[in-house]
Design a protein around this ligand. Structure first.
Ligand SMILES: [Zn+2]
Length: 279
């Protein structure tokens, strides 16, 4: 049997074992759930209707004031906490409803109805300010959000990143804690083994620490190629987000969903403009 096929079989066996373990955790868990556990189920089967839905997916990074010695990159990716609060206040008073990527996926696959003015809030990289500055504000408004975790960071207790305890707490509070690979490498031009290590490794860590199998993925730096897509298709990944700009999502763009970037200078007026993007 060719080597690649053997690897695929091994991967399939691992995934089956993972599903069995998850089912057991689920049976033992006694956690209050706001809605059906879509993170546990199979992807909803496509009903055959092609759909195109406009939902802005906002892409946040740091929500904190950068330290005095911060470089240009850190400064550009940082939104001040008080401006972030103004963003959430704006969504609230303008009648927006933050939804999960699972709800958007359901709507695209089966036509389930979305609430009025839906928006998806995503936070990349798993910084500790997501726990200290973002999570409390989301709870105050009753908003759900999606956090893309670089699992090697909590594995090595890196101080600027959330711990596994914090990540698990947020998962149990209704946040989607999803995969952003193990070490945040570019996924462009990599070989099969490297991709499996980065992708499956992160899946397994998140499942282990939160008790929930992640089904959403975010490309580090927005970089990937055809092999990365091929490997993702062998995994229980239902949707993946990019750094391409746009707010329209289709039934068949499952692994290449565009987002809208929040920068350090995106105030409320800038947010309003992004939410009205017609591309
Ligand atoms: Zn990232």
């Amino acid at each position: 049997m060719p080597r690649l096929q053997l690897k695929r079989l091994a991967l399939l066996a691992t995934l089956l074992l993972m599903s069995a373990a998850i089912a057991q955790v689920w049976a033992q868990a006694n956690m209050p759930l706001a809605s059906s556990p879509s993170w546990l189920a199979q992807s909803p089967a496509w009903d055959g209707t092609y759909r195109r839905i406009r939902v802005p997916i906002l892409m946040y990074h740091y929500v904190s004031n950068p330290p005095a010695d911060a470089d240009e990159y850190r400064i550009d990716l940082s939104l001040a906490p008080d401006v972030f609060e103004q963003h959430m206040e704006y969504l609230f008073y303008e009648g927006y409803t933050p939804i999960s990527l699972y709800q958007l996926h359901d709507a695209l696959m089966t036509g389930t109805k979305l609430p009025p003015k839906p928006v998806v809030l995503t936070f990349d990289d798993g910084y500790s300010d997501h726990y200290t500055s973002v999570f409390p504000v989301l709870r105050r408004y009753g908003y759900t959000a999606t956090f893309f975790i670089i699992t090697g960071m909590p594995d090595h207790s890196r101080p600027e990143y959330m711990t596994w305890e914090q990540i698990a707490e947020m998962a149990h509070a209704g946040m989607s804690m999803e995969s952003h690979t193990r070490d945040h490498p570019s996924l462009n031009g990599r070989d099969y083994d490297f991709l499996v290590y980065q992708l499956l490794g992160a899946q397994q860590s998140i499942e282990h620490f939160t008790g929930r199998q992640p089904h959403m993925f975010c490309y580090p730096g927005g970089r990937y190629d055809d092999l990365a897509l091929t490997v993702l298709r062998t995994m229980p990944v239902w949707r993946a987000v990019t750094t391409q700009t746009g707010s329209y999502h289709t039934t068949d763009n499952a692994l290449e969903m565009p987002r809208l970037r929040i920068s350090s200078d995106t105030g409320v007026a800038g947010l309003a403009m992004l939410l009205n993007t017609r591309r």
